[in-house]
Design a protein around this ligand. Structure first.
Ligand SMILES: [Zn+2]
Length: 53
């Protein structure tokens, strides 16, 4: 089961798992900050179906 709560990005610089901070993710190694609101988001809805059929 895919769960967005299990989404845990890693640092593109050193590959270290980012730690969750207030508004995104932060690398404990180099301090790189990744906003949780930026970047390519996976498609949550792949077609009509939210309102049922
Ligand atoms: Zn890093």
């Amino acid at each position: 089961m895919d769960d967005l709560s299990l989404y845990h990005p890693s640092c593109p610089t050193d590959g270290v798992l980012l730690r969750e901070v207030g508004a995104g993710w932060e690398c404990p190694e180099c301090g790189r900050f990744e906003s949780a609101m930026s970047g390519p988001l996976p498609p949550e809805f792949d077609g009509p179906g939210i309102h049922g059929g």
